[in-house]
Design a protein around this ligand. Structure first.
Ligand code: SAM
Length: 247
């Protein structure tokens, strides 16, 4: 695994995120699928389709975590090279093991390039990537404007960024039931199952504080993306944002 970790101290919170995800990496997949009743798999599939990456040579899975998106990308776009980038090494190591098992290869699978790095300082050449997917990662990154600027820099002209993220819980979702779930049920389940209740409280808090989808669209447009649009998935629990780089 290439390690290119140069967090921008004082501005990026990448170091703190790496520590937090390292603590829950072992249970991440089980909790992820369990807490979303398996819907996360459908949401990621929608993200992968939206990339429309049929002729892509290189796709970046940003905040790849345990590499579920990378694996889905591999399946849908078998001819593209996939860079799986994340700041948290234990998350990526689980992903590499999954990729090796799924592809029936040794751990040194040639299909994925796992890279440990901060999304704010991507170790990639300008205009070297055709598509970028970010699933449930943007919420954890700060400042977002710098992440979007980096994404725009590494994308080739005509490239596309797709961001999958929980919708803001600043307003009631599914008649307020989802907000109740976030505030009271999710942290308790997290505590019971992983002994890391704080991490799940943090998760709920970041969803509550996340901007409304139209505001995120504005941030993407301000960063220089065009044709920015979004669609609600599962009644607004999750949003998919699609943003293109001009040709
Ligand atoms: C909720 S997980 C999502 C993982 C995966 N994309 C998925 O769909 O399951 C968020 C991931 O973002 C990563 N992350 C947070 N801040 C980051 C940063 N600044 N640069 C790179 N990765 C970051 C964390 O390490 C974690 O693996």
């Amino acid at each position: 695994m290439r390690q290119m970790l140069e967090p921008k101290e004082g501005r990026s919170n990448a170091g703190r995120m790496a520590d937090m995800f390292a603590r829950i990496a072992g249970r991440y997949d089980v909790l992820n699928h369990g807490l979303s009743a398996g819907m996360d798999i459908l949401w990621r599939a929608r993200l992968v389709r939206s990339l429309a990456a049929g002729s892509a040579r290189k796709i970046l899975d940003l905040a790849a975590g345990t590499m579920d998106v990378s694996l889905a990308l591999r399946k849908k776009y078998p001819f593209a090279a996939i860079v799986s980038l994340d700041v948290c090494r234990p998350m990526l190591l689980r992903g590499v093991a999954k990729a090796a098992a799924a592809c029936g290869l040794s751990r040194r699978t040639p299909f994925f390039l796992p890279v440990q790095a901060d999304a704010l300082t991507l170790p990639l050449k300008s205009e070297s990537v055709d598509r970028i997917a970010v699933a449930f990662g943007i919420r954890n990154m700060n400042p977002r404007s710098e992440v979007f600027a980096e994404a725009l820099r590494v994308l080739r002209p005509g490239g596309r960024l797709c961001v999958l993220e929980f919708g803001s819980a600043q307003r009631p979702v599914c008649f307020g039931l989802y907000n109740l779930y976030l505030s009271h049920i999710l942290p308790r389940i997290g505590k019971l199952v992983s002994a890391e209740g704080a991490a799940y409280e943090y998760l709920a808090q970041t969803i509550k504080n996340f901007p409304l989808p139209a505001v995120l669209d504005q941030e993407l447009a301000k960063a220089g993306f065009f044709k920015v649009r979004h669609e609600a998935l599962t009644g607004g629990i999750v949003y998919l944002h699609i943003a293109d780089k001009s040709a």
